[in-house]
Design a protein around this ligand. Structure first.
Ligand code: LER
Ligand code: MN
Length: 274
């Protein structure tokens, strides 16, 4: 399993609460390399002004790669969600998802994550679930043509009214029925919504749909700063055959560099233990 940190890209002007590492783009990369992580999850709102090939070289020259593109910043900064009550905004969100997918292909990221970017059923009108399924089927088709996959994220009940658990996520993904749409699990959300660690991980692994993992402790601080047993989590993931990224997406407290360092200090020994 590869250890990664979620960082915001230079197009994001507001400080995302769950973005790690301080400084400019090159400074973030230098800090990530110094911490010895394997990669970064790039939280991008609008890739238009970015230079993905150059960014890929910047990553690779430091022994890093992009493990995923996160879409949450497009919701937070640009107000775009796939279920937006205004159909024109929802259409712009679908276009943005294609743009994030194209960005992923160029920067070398295997998948785009879809958490809060999907929006809410409440206020989205009749047939919203089916509209979301249709939008994601089309987006997955276009992603597949670029060799990129989409992963939808169960979120806790306070943040989402559609897909809170792995079981609900898998039912949704099955209803879409596209090989390039799967799921990710975020330990912070799993801890709120699930009754065990094993069941959701095994369910998604058996279905071949667990493609990515977000790390955050129960209080959304760095692993080890809360109550989740990350050693047990790593053992459960390993036993289920998970071999993807563990990407820290957690509150930048007390500051984005300390949270990153504490994540690495806690997770590295657990990942090295056979
Ligand atoms: C939001 O809580 C989250 O976990 C993100 O990955 C989704 O936007
Ligand atoms: Mn997450």
């Amino acid at each position: 399993m590869r250890l990664a940190l979620a960082v915001q890209t230079p197009d994001v002007s507001l400080a995302l609460p769950v973005a790690l590492l301080s400084g400019t783009w090159p400074e973030k990369l230098d800090r990530a390399a110094a911490l010895g992580v394997d990669g970064l999850e790039l939280m991008t709102a609008d890739p238009h002004g970015l230079q993905p090939r150059r960014m890929r070289q910047d990553l690779e020259s430091r022994g890093l790669n992009a493990v995923a593109i996160g879409s949450g910043a497009a919701a937070m900064q640009a107000g775009l969600t796939l279920l937006h009550a205004d159909a024109a905004v929802a259409a712009r969100a679908a276009t943005r998802l294609d743009e994030l997918t194209a960005f992923a292909a160029e920067v070398g990221a295997p998948l785009v994550t879809i958490g809060s970017f999907r929006g809410r059923l409440a206020g989205a009108g009749a047939g919203a679930r089916e509209r979301l399924a249709d939008a994601l089927r089309l987006a997955a088709e276009r992603a597949a043509a670029l060799g990129v996959r989409l992963a939808i994220e169960p979120l806790n009940r306070y943040e989402a009214d559609l897909i809170n658990t792995a079981e609900e996520g898998l039912a949704f993904v099955d209803s879409v029925g596209h090989a390039s749409l799967g799921l990710l699990l975020d330990t912070y959300h799993v801890n709120i919504e699930e009754s065990s660690w094993e069941a959701p991980i095994r369910l998604l692994m058996r279905a071949g749909r667990l493609w990515h993992v977000h790390l955050g402790d129960n209080n959304r601080l760095a692993p080890g700063d809360g109550m989740i047993d990350f050693g047990a989590l790593v053992r459960t993931l390993r036993a289920a055959g998970y071999d993807g990224a563990l990407s820290a997406e957690l509150l930048a407290r007390p500051d984005p560099d300390t949270a990153a360092r504490r994540t690495v200090e806690h997770m590295r020994p657990l990942l090295e233990d056979a």
